[in-house]
Design a protein around this ligand. Structure first.
Ligand SMILES: Nc1nc2c(ncn2[C@@H]2O[C@H](COP(=O)(O)OP(=O)(O)OP(=O)(O)O)[C@@H](O)[C@H]2O)c(=O)[nH]1
Ligand SMILES: [Mg+2]
Length: 294
């Protein structure tokens, strides 16, 4: 039997729903999701496999028009990833007007010279007229290839979108084992589930100031997993917010994260969270390397 396989890069502004769509297509939670922009920090690969095709989706951090060295690097990163993939899935937020950021990414896609498909996401929030207007705005971006209205949240339109993406895959052997769902190491995947709960409960600067590192996973004789993790903040005041009055915040984060981890592992879990301060961890090369952030 001949098979198709390839890499498809997910491109789009922060918060348009790239990770939600990836999880929907892969069928399990590979990438964490939040309503904070720039939730995704690492390029994560999610794998969807059918009888005769395999799709490797590359969930890129959302990019904006470059303003400084950091965003310039992110943009170069995106350009490289686009050029290296077999196709691009361009995700727009149908709820918002098309903006300079979308046009910027549209040009990058055109420049990469790979086939593309556009998904106008979040149509569950739109009536027919607004969906039609969003599709027209997407057409005006002049990215060649089909355009699909979808909802990563409800799954509406996703099978049609997926069918079109699979059509773009070149013939070739599978790249990952059939049962593989992501390229994330277990400790990173579990740390991300904890970070997701931090993002959901904090605001302003905090979401960007927090990173989570798994210290230890120990399987007890009775089957219980004991997991110790460190939540890194950048200052003592951030640490105080994360801990909360009487430890309330960290307890809530821990309880919610434990449930997510139990669901992911299918096992009972004891989660032990410690909040620590490391000033300037965002500039700490050694820590970033250890956390797997390029
Ligand atoms: N109503 C609705 N909300 C959605 C849909 N898809 C995503 N969202 C929400 O939009 C927010 C952002 O979703 P993400 O999947 O984290 O977005 P992203 O593009 O990966 O964001 P970054 O990683 O920051 O670039 C979350 O609150 C999601 O729940 C959708 O189809 N409908
Ligand atoms: Mg994301």
């Amino acid at each position: 039997m001949s098979t198709r396989s390839g890499f498809v890069a997910l491109a789009g502004r922060p918060n348009v729903g790239k990770s939600t769509l990836l999880n929907r297509i892969v069928g399990t939670k590979v990438a964490i999701v939040s309503d904070r922009p720039q939730t995704t920090r690492r390029a994560i690969r999610g794998v969807a496999t059918a009888e005769d095709w395999q799709l490797v989706l590359v969930d890129l951090p959302g990019v904006q028009r470059p303003r400084d060295t950091l965003t310039e690097r992110m943009q170069q990163r995106m350009q490289r990833e686009l050029g290296d993939s077999d196709a691009v899935l361009f995700v727009l937020n149908g709820q918002q007007l098309v903006g300079a950021g979308d046009r910027f990414i549209a040009r990058a896609i055109a420049g990469a010279g790979v086939p593309a498909i556009t998904a106008v996401n979040k149509v569950d929030l739109l009536d027919r007229a607004r969906t039609a207007a969003a599709l027209t705005a997407a057409e005006d971006l002049d990215v060649r290839g089909e355009i699909f209205p979808v909802s990563g949240r409800t799954g509406a339109g996703v099978p049609e979108l997926l069918g079109a993406v699979v059509e773009l895959l070149p013939e070739g052997p599978f790249l990952y084992p059939r049962e593989e769902r992501s390229d994330l190491a277990d400790d990173v995947r579990l740390a991300e589930l904890i970070r997701e709960q931090v993002l959901r409960r904090t605001r302003d600067e905090l979401p960007h100031a927090v990173e989570v590192e798994l210290d230890e996973i120990e399987e007890r004789a009775d089957g219980l997993f004991v997991i110790r993790a460190r939540v890194w903040a950048e200052s003592d005041s951030q640490k105080a917010i994360l801990i909360g009055a009487g430890g309330r915040m960290v307890r809530q984060i821990g309880t919610a994260a434990r449930r997510e981890i139990e669901a992911a592992l299918g096992r009972r879990v004891h989660l032990d969270l410690t909040v620590r301060v490391r000033k300037g961890w965002r500039r700490d090369d050694a820590l970033l390397d250890r956390l797997g952030i390029e």
